[in-house]
Design a protein around this ligand. Structure first.
Ligand SMILES: Cc1cc2nc3c(=O)[nH]c(=O)nc-3n(C[C@H](O)[C@H](O)[C@H](O)COP(=O)(O)OP(=O)(O)OC[C@H]3O[C@@H](n4cnc5c(N)ncnc54)[C@H](O)[C@@H]3O)c2cc1C
Ligand SMILES: *[C@@H]1O[C@H](CO)[C@@H](O)[C@H](O)[C@H]1NC(C)=O
Ligand SMILES: *[C@@H]1O[C@H](CO)[C@@H](O)[C@H](O)[C@H]1NC(C)=O
Ligand SMILES: *[C@@H]1O[C@H](CO)[C@@H](O)[C@H](O)[C@H]1NC(C)=O
Ligand SMILES: *[C@@H]1O[C@H](CO)[C@@H](O)[C@H](O)[C@H]1NC(C)=O
Ligand SMILES: *[C@@H]1O[C@H](CO)[C@@H](O)[C@H](O)[C@H]1NC(C)=O
Ligand SMILES: *[C@@H]1O[C@H](CO)[C@@H](O)[C@H](O)[C@H]1NC(C)=O
Ligand SMILES: *[C@@H]1O[C@H](CO)[C@@H](O)[C@H](O)[C@H]1NC(C)=O
Ligand SMILES: *[C@@H]1O[C@H](CO)[C@@H](O)[C@H](O)[C@H]1NC(C)=O
Ligand SMILES: *[C@@H]1O[C@H](CO)[C@@H](O)[C@H](O)[C@H]1NC(C)=O
Ligand SMILES: *[C@@H]1O[C@H](CO)[C@@H](O)[C@H](O)[C@H]1NC(C)=O
Ligand SMILES: *[C@@H]1O[C@H](CO)[C@@H](O)[C@H](O)[C@H]1NC(C)=O
Length: 575
């Protein structure tokens, strides 16, 4: 999407809509979606008819802050505000509330926690809280027929704001929570073996709970409330188990999906193989509404999960620690470990300390073995002047327990930017890692989140034909940079934070990732200028053709998604 083309385009759009209205009612070939006030916008009676069709499950939607203000007591508690579990009960809520704000609308329309005024911002107007496939089909048909902006949400976790849009009708899939295991799942006459079928609104934590009860493990994210069969798998889906079993998309066998025509399709390697290709890595929210997805599972096993905190005294020390980590990153390949290595800076200026949060999962490894595998890195770290061990904890048990989390801590204003970092960098010049970290820190980075979720099986799966960006197959890590702000920030400061990745961090990161490196579209910057190549690499043209076939009128448009170059920032008017 074109960033910040807002006011002029909006005006142009409005004028065009007006002139078309004189000729004929709006339809799907119109330049803009219907919004309240257009003659083509559904009447109250038409909304009521939709509501009757979906058995009363049509609700009006408000921003999360307004929802909280309507509660007894006039507010949510701080625990509620920051709980992903709680926020997922609010149809209009995004987990990070900045995506609810209409910063780029003219005038800006905000609804802040503890605010005194509240605008609808980028929050949908209505939601179908779908419980059946027919509910989804009715809402898709209604959106298509009335030329509405359609938004789709399961958890609202999206870091690119792709599950919300102003003036839209939302379809929420949160109620599709089924998780069921099978010992033999057939595609045609082929038995694909042990699988799990996950509903389009089921949280990762449910898969782990049910997995443990069934003696199975499925590949899932390291979060309580991310929806495995929602945005996660469509983006690629990484896991601490990816070095062992591959990406989520690599493990997907079948999808049930309602496409723009309103049809429910069963999509797998034999049936609609082109859509099957797109749904595995072709980007969240661009293809239809997933009712369920089926994945390979494996017998569960024990693992050692360790959490280690190291403190580094200042930026120079942090950089040395990052280099040391890069030098040791292959130490854990023998057990296909997955690891999150997050550098979090406490304070500003080059003499502020950072904490390294090192969260490691080692399949089929005892605590003693795990400690031995980490010791060379830990010992070398503690030998660095200015590094101290804050705490360490090792736990052995079922991998489902290790991955299970009760909730996710959210509720802040946050944007991300990211790059996949090639294995060759870690092999050939690990000291570049420290140098780049130091520059990022010097230039204001507060969070450098490293995900060791590639290599191993992810690299071995290079021959799978799917839309997963090929950069995943040669990457070792995904590096994610976060940028946050408080509600007290001015719009100028907010826009600085929103553009920080592009303006400041990308040029530094390129030293590490290379000039045309890929990025994981689910943990990324919605303002990436060349998102087609950064998120989808050489697959974009093929994805565009598949989009044209299954969604010729662009019913499913999301920021930085396939086809979004044809639309404004909000997916409301063609550009
Ligand atoms: C705390 C946290 C931890 C995370 N950990 C990981 C991790 O370990 N690994 C990883 O790979 N990613 C991780 N992510 C990123 C995550 O993959 C993305 O945020 C992803 O978009 C979440 O998908 P969702 O469906 O839950 O979110 P939503 O915000 O509900 O949806 C995201 C996108 O998917 C679309 N969508 C949602 N449901 C459906 C559906 N049923 N059918 C079709 N489209 C749908 C939406 O339209 C939107 O475009 C994490 C995110 C958070 C906030
Ligand atoms: C739809 O709109 C386009 C452009 O406004 C117009 O040319 C076309 O005739 C319309 N089609 C129908 C079926 O109303
Ligand atoms: C839809 O119908 C239900 C049940 O009749 C009602 O409670 C709800 O308010 C209606 N939704 C809208 C948006 O009118
Ligand atoms: C809103 O008010 C609550 C309760 O007083 C407080 O804990 C919270 O920090 C406030 N949030 C903001 C963004 O001001
Ligand atoms: C949705 O529209 C399609 C195509 O017009 C039609 O086949 C289907 O019956 C409709 N479904 C519902 C639930 O309205
Ligand atoms: C959940 O799965 C069970 C058993 O497969 C099925 O009977 C039920 O209809 C499913 N529920 C939903 C909401 O899909
Ligand atoms: C950050 O620094 C402040 C003092 O500067 C200290 O009180 C706080 O505990 C530190 N936080 C962490 C997470 O280390
Ligand atoms: C764990 O060990 C068991 C028993 O040796 C084996 O069957 C299983 O494949 C191993 N799993 C992983 C992930 O290594
Ligand atoms: C790490 O340090 C500990 C304690 O100093 C020592 O016992 C151990 O042998 C060291 N291990 C390695 C691999 O250097
Ligand atoms: C950073 O800390 C190290 C270790 O204590 C120290 O040698 C160095 O002088 C410090 N550098 C700065 C810029 O503070
Ligand atoms: C897995 O760990 C549990 C303890 O958490 C233990 O009871 C069980 O025997 C272990 N299983 C295997 C196969 O090692
Ligand atoms: C990919 O290659 C592996 C061996 O390297 C093979 O086992 C697998 O069947 C291949 N998969 C595809 C989809 O070609």
């Amino acid at each position: 999407m074109k960033p910040l083309s807002s006011s002029l385009l909006f005006l142009l759009c409005t004028l065009l809509v007006r002139s078309q209205e004189a000729v004929s009612a709006l339809n799907t070939t119109s330049r803009c979606r219907n919004v309240p006030g257009n003659p083509g916008y559904p009447s109250a009676a038409e909304w009521d008819a939709l509501n009757a069709t979906v058995s009363g499950r049509l609700v009006t939607v408000v921003p999360s802050a307004k929802f909280c203000a309507s509660l007894a007591g006039g507010a949510c508690t701080e625990d509620q505000w920051t709980s992903a579990q709680f926020r997922a009960t609010i149809p209009g809520a995004m987990e990070q509330p900045n995506w609810e704000q209409g910063y780029d609308l003219t005038p800006p329309s905000l609804c802040l926690q503890n605010g005194t005024t509240c605008g609808q911002g980028d929050v949908p107007l209505y939601s179908v809280e779908a419980e059946t496939v027919a509910d989804i089909q009715a809402a898709v048909n209604f959106s298509r027929t009335h030329n509405l902006r359609l938004a789709v949400k399961s958890s609202g976790h999206d870091y690119l704001g792709r599950s919300t849009a102003p003036n839209s009708l939302l379809i929420r899939t949160r109620n599709f929570q089924n998780v069921s295991f099978s010992d033999s799942f057939f595609i045609g006459s082929t038995d694909m073996g042990s699988t799990v079928t996950v509903g389009g609104g089921a949280f990762a934590q449910s898969m782990y709970t049910e997995g443990k009860a069934n003696g199975k493990i499925g590949v899932g994210g390291s979060a309580a409330t991310v929806c495995i069969a929602g945005g996660w798998v469509q983006g690629a889906g990484h896991s601490a188990l990816s070095p062992t079993f591959g990406l989520g998309a690599d493990n997907a066998l079948e999808f049930e999906i309602v496409v723009a025509s309103g049809e429910l399709l069963k999509v797998n390697q034999n049936s609609y193989p082109d859509l099957f290709y797109a749904l595995r890595g072709g980007g969240a929210g661009s293809w239809g509404i997933i009712v369920s997805a089926t994945f390979h599972t494996y017998p569960t096993f024990n693992a050692t999960h360790s959490v280690i905190y190291l403190a580094a005294e200042n930026d120079t020390v942090t950089a040395s620690l990052a280099t040391l980590h890069a030098e040791h990153i292959f130490d854990w390949d023998s057990v296909h470990a997955g690891q999150y290595f997050w550098f979090l800076k406490n304070g500003t200026g080059t003499s502020a300390p950072s904490i390294l949060f090192l969260d490691t999962y080692m399949p089929n490894t005892t605590v003693e073995q795990s400690q031995a595998l980490l010791a060379p890195f830990l010992n070398a770290s503690l030998a660095l002047p200015g590094v101290a061990l804050v705490s360490q904890e090792f736990t052995y048990g079922d991998i489902n327990d290790a991955l299970y989390q009760p909730d996710d801590n959210v509720g802040t204003n946050e944007v991300l930017g990211s790059r996949l970092i090639p294995t060759s960098i870690y092999r050939d010049s690990p000291s570049t890692v420290g140098k780049v970290y130091e520059k990022l820190l010097e230039n204001g980075a507060a969070e450098i989140l490293g995900h060791l979720v590639a290599g191993g099986k992810v690299a071995e799966n290079a021959n799978i034909s799917s839309a997963v960006h090929p950069a995943w197959r040669t990457a070792k890590t995904h590096l994610v940079l976060g940028s946050e702000w408080d509600d007290s920030a001015s719009l100028t400061e907010i826009n600085q934070a929103r553009h920080f990745f592009q303006n400041v961090q990308v040029p530094i990161l390129e030293e590490l990732a290379g000039p045309n490196a890929g990025s994981y579209s689910n943990e990324a910057d919605v303002l990436e200028p060349a998102f087609q190549t950064t998120f989808f690499g050489p697959n974009y043209d093929k994805l565009s053709a598949i989009k044209q076939k299954y969604d010729p009128d662009d019913l499913f448009i999301v920021g930085a998604g396939v086809g979004s170059e044809r639309w404004d920032e909000w997916g409301l008017c063609r550009v």
